[in-house]
Design a protein around this ligand. Structure first.
Ligand code: CA
Length: 228
């Protein structure tokens, strides 16, 4: 049974949602104070978080940042009516989707199901046969990486980036392609994020991160994983 964390201080909205979601087969944990959100997330480890923006204790944006620094859990933001700025902020913060109040419960349930369907662990379309290039092996099914035969732990985005580079070993991948693939085409953050991830990844897969031989920079274009 999928577990949801609902962070919403308005009792009438929260209760209506909880009843509908439970009828749809979800297990719902509800908190109404922003300060309870992160501790409850830690305890419950939900499959998805529905997060109101305006909350007592700690705002939805702060909670979103705090959750994103800890996890890739899908987050749907509930924003105030006509709050265009809030929409942008919600997605910049790494939220997966948002709905604008007042919203129909049916629409929110449809969004929740859509996100859970495309979440990596339940996506049956992913071809997860292990791939290998240049002494680095990635096994998506087991979520394992081996560098020269030794296991290496990677955070989710670095794992995705490495897997995609190796699946396309020998090909030059543009910055745009990589950002689309790893962060999604609606990504609105700083493109430096890609360089930061590449730099971190090099410290884990290169013998000498300062003179990288596996993840090669193609100046002005993007990156290529060595295919030797
Ligand atoms: Ca509120």
């Amino acid at each position: 049974m999928p577990k949801l964390l609902l962070v919403e201080d308005e009792r009438s909205i929260a209760e209506g949602l909880a009843i509908t979601l439970e009828a749809e087969g979800f297990q719902v944990a509800w908190v109404k104070d922003g300060l309870e959100a992160v501790p409850t997330w830690e305890r419950v480890r939900p499959d998805l978080v529905v997060l109101d923006l305006m909350l007592p204790g700690m705002s939805g944006t702060e909670i979103c940042r705090a959750l994103r620094s800890r996890s890739e859990v899908p987050i749907i933001m509930l924003t105030a009516r006509d709050a265009e700025v809030d929409r942008v902020v919600g997605l910049e913060l790494g939220a997966d989707d948002y709905v604008t109040k007042p919203f129909s419960t049916r629409e929110l349930v449809a969004r929740i199901k859509a996100i859970l369907r495309r979440a990596p662990l339940v996506d049956p379309a992913i071809d997860d046969a292990p791939v290998e290039a240049s002494g680095v092996r990635v096994d998506r099914a087991r979520h394992e990486v081996q560098v020269d035969g030794s296991g290496v732990e990677l955070p989710p985005k670095e794992f995705e980036l490495l897997a995609y580079l190796i699946e396309n070993a020998g090909r030059v991948l543009t910055r745009g392609q990589l950002i689309d693939e790893i962060w999604g085409s609606d990504y609105v953050g700083d493109t430096k994020t890609l360089d930061v991830h590449v730099r971190r990844l090099r410290t884990r897969v290169e013998q000498d991160p300062k003179a990288p031989s596996r993840i090669q920079t193609v100046r002005g274009v993007g990156y290529r994983f060595a295919d030797r």
